[in-house]
Design a protein around this ligand. Structure first.
Ligand SMILES: Cc1cc2nc3c(=O)[nH]c(=O)nc-3n(C[C@H](O)[C@H](O)[C@H](O)COP(=O)(O)O)c2cc1C
Length: 232
């Protein structure tokens, strides 16, 4: 199994440590893990040039930084996005990377491989916001086409992993084990359900009528998606 992880921060706090717990449960000697840390592996802010949408992702001025991460995303069986909650949202550095993946949203040029992957999104907050962050992270994976997405958002009541209470850590470990077991059963078997299929259909209709972005339209035509073929 291949796992690609996008860490929304560089430090090894609660979110990182919980992600590590998941990775320990989900991997064995045959697992390849690709980890990217934001902002170390993040591009500069998107400059809004629209090159990725209207020309090609290779024409993004930050393509050299974005494309190695995008490749690892394409090749993974399991995708993990994680971020601590900062003022009720994900970290700015993770958002900066995700902005550069707009061209891969289903409304534009979703990668066919996305439709068979499993996703996991993780966040921690001190008191309020972890679930809000996982909801947004999940929506990114959903719009990329990922059909099966697990969420783990935990308000840990602490500013650092060291100060998370032992009872809380024990609870986290149990919850991680439970979700990891479900993920293991799903990897390699995930199939789009009604919501993904419905969104794909809406986007297919939109691309049929598309007279505003030839790059997107050509992509859908080339994949045969406008003739009724499906990426799953
Ligand atoms: C800039 C900043 C903003 C934060 N905003 C929130 C917040 O909106 N809600 C909350 O409950 N905790 C907030 N926190 C606390 C962290 O989300 C919380 O301690 C989290 O577990 C830290 O994860 P980490 O150890 O992986 O960095 C914030 C912390 C920072 C540094």
């Amino acid at each position: 199994m291949r796992i690609t992880v996008l860490h929304g921060q560089m430090h090894r706090g609660s979110t990182y440590n919980i992600t590590r717990l998941f990775l320990d449960r989900l991997s064995d000697e045959n697992t390849e893990i690709n980890e990217f840390f934001m902002p170390r592996d993040a591009p500069p802010f998107c400059i809004g040039c629209y090159n990725c949408f209207t020309k090609s992702e290779s024409q993004c001025p930050h393509a050299d930084t974005v494309q190695p991460v995008a490749k690892a995303i394409e090749e993974a069986d399991l995708l993990i996005l994680e971020s601590p909650c900062y003022v009720l949202g994900m970290t700015g550095q993770l958002k900066t990377f995700l902005d550069h993946m707009g061209y891969r949203w289903m409304a534009h040029r979703p990668h066919p491989k996305m439709f068979g992957k499993v996703g996991l999104v993780i966040s921690t907050a001190a008191g309020v916001g972890a679930k809000k962050v996982t909801k947004v992270l999940r929506s990114h994976l959903f719009h990329w086409g990922v059909p099966q997405i697990y969420r783990y958002g935990k308000n840990v009541g602490a500013a650092s992993w060291e100060t998370v209470k032992p009872e809380m850590k024990a609870e986290i470990e149990k919850e991680v084990n439970r979700i990891a077991t479900r993920i293991m059963k799903e990897v390699g078997r995930a199939k789009p359900r009604v919501k993904t299929k419905a969104l794909f259909e809406v986007m297919r209709m939109s691309q049929k009528a598309n007279d505003w972005n030839p790059t997107d339209k050509e992509y859908w035509l080339k994949n045969g998606w406008l003739d009724g073929n499906k990426p799953w």
